[in-house]
Design a protein around this ligand. Structure first.
Ligand code: ASP
Ligand code: MG
Length: 459
């Protein structure tokens, strides 16, 4: 069994949809397709609905634009007349529900987490019939499914759900497996499932990779193909490092480490569901469909202690919280983490000392987070500082954290590039070394390490 996942960038226009359909059609083994929303659609819905709750809105105009976009895509990608009519009917029905939901939010002036999840899911719900139709036009017996209706089970946490893998496997045995056995190619919406109360819950931004991995787990798939419109993992970001090259093979651990800090190639949670079933993840580029870009397996390249990549993220910020009694006051770290968590702010890492706590978080959350902790000043917290000028460098390779002398030599390389390190995080994983530098020194740092450990090591 094969699970094939396609992202929004692959279906940004009718040409893309046709290409995706062709890739699915030429595959002959039993397969399930998982599809995201059309490129940019989730963002548009999120932004529009957030504005709605603040009272400013043109629901009619917005709905018209979304509808037209999907109708145009259907007309451009679906040749078979009956299939086109079916897809247009589906789009129409789904648009009607979306419209009602948006009007509901506009009139009530509020957007609950529950409704926000539901409206966002319409990006995927609208894209789904387009591919179903395009596949039907190629003679593939395809059938669209909405993931919250077939039992992709979640823990019900809106906006950041985790899948219930055993429950999902049970459900899909009933809803999807008989279809596959009949020779149908299911096209399933990515990004969301249904919680214990049956409500639509999303897996967080870019969660369709994770959805696909959840489905692969439930169906005991041999391979999960994640199709992109770029090459797979690279040894570094080619925008920063001209001689960066694709990485043919990675282990689960390595891929997880690279994905965790900002690499947009794969959702970091994709590895969780595939690991226990030993499913190979194959990253493919739809512009070069005959080759595998990166293969991710349990054992990876088998070359232990080799540096595979030096990735980075510039979308981070650091909040530093100072207080004299940190080391002696139980529960401070917990309390502070709790406060951020309750405000929906995720934390990448926490480094603590006797007098301070450094919290690494996404830069979009940093103002809100700092303001929140500012309010907590008093008993223990004395001062809160926000440092936006940080970039994280993430050096990855199975076992590299355990090589005697390697971290030291990496930091010497950084020093030789004339860069001073702001903060180091080491030892949390044997497979990664990461540290923070100023943003304007990022390029030099990444190039220096890449040159010394990846280019020279290979050459
Ligand atoms: N459409 C969703 C998003 O943009 C999920 C995904 O693309 O994977 O976040
Ligand atoms: Mg996306």
């Amino acid at each position: 069994m094969l699970v094939m996942k396609f992202g929004g960038a692959s279906i940004r226009d009718a040409e893309g949809l046709r290409q995706v359909a062709a890739i699915v059609a030429r595959e002959k083994s039993p397969r399930v397709v998982v599809l995201s929303a059309v490129y940019g659609q989730t963002n548009e819905i999120r932004e529009f609905s957030a504005r709605l709750a603040n009272g400013r809105s043109d629901v009619d105009g917005f709905v018209r634009a979304v509808r037209e976009r999907h109708e145009r895509l259907a007309q451009g990608a679906i040749d078979d007349r009956e299939a086109l009519a079916r897809a247009l009917r589906e789009v129409d029905a789904r648009m009607l529900t979306l419209e009602i939901l948006l009007y509901g939010a506009a009139y009530s002036g509020e957007l609950t987490d529950r409704t926000f999840d539901l409206v966002q899911s319409y990006g995927e719900r609208l894209a789904n019939p387009l591919l179903e139709g395009a596949l039907a036009s190629l003679g593939v017996k395809a059938k669209g499914f909405e993931s919250d209706r077939i039992g992709i089970a979640t823990d019900g946490v809106h906006g950041n759900a985790t899948a219930d893998l055993p429950a999902t496997a049970e459900n899909l045995k009933r809803t999807l497996v008989p279809e596959i056995q009949k020779g149908t190619v299911p096209v399933v919406t990515g990004f969301f499932g249904s919680g214990p109360d049956g409500r639509c819950t999303t897996f967080g931004r870019n969660g369709s990779d994770y959805s696909a991995a959840v489905i692969a787990n439930a169906l005991d798939a041999g391979v999960l193909e994640v199709w992109k419109d770029v090459d797979g993992f690279m040894t570094a970001d080619p925008a920063l490092v001209p001689d960066a090259r694709p990485i043919p093979t990675l282990s689960y651990d390595e891929a997880g480490e690279i994905a965790y800090f900002g690499s947009k190639i794969l959702h970091p949670r994709t590895i969780e569901p595939v690991r226990p079933k030993n499913i190979t993840v194959s990253l493919r580029n739809s512009r070069a469909p005959d080759n595998t870009a990166t293969r991710i397996t349990a054992q990876g390249s088998g070359r232990w202690s080799e540096m595979k990549s030096v990735s980075h993220s510039s979308e981070l910020a650091l909040i530093k919280v100072y207080g004299a009694g940190f080391a002696y006051t139980p529960g401070v770290v917990l309390g502070i983490s709790r406060q951020l968590f309750d405000a929906g702010i995720g934390i990448y890492s926490v480094v603590s000392s006797q007098l301070s706590l450094s919290i690494l978080l996404h830069s979009r959350d940093c103002e809100k987070g700092a303001a929140l902790l500012e309010k907590a000043k008093g008993a223990v917290v004395e001062r809160v500082e926000l440092d936006r000028d940080v970039a994280l460098v993430n050096v990855v390779g199975d076992g590299i954290g355990g090589i005697k002398g390697l971290p030291g030599s990496v930091f010497t390389t950084v020093a030789n590039a004339g860069v001073s390190i702001k903060q180091i995080s080491l030892g949390g994983s044997l497979n990664a070394i990461n540290f923070l530098v100023s943003r304007n020194e990022l390029e030099r740092t990444v190039r220096g390490i890449h040159d010394r450990y990846i280019v020279k090591a290979a050459g």
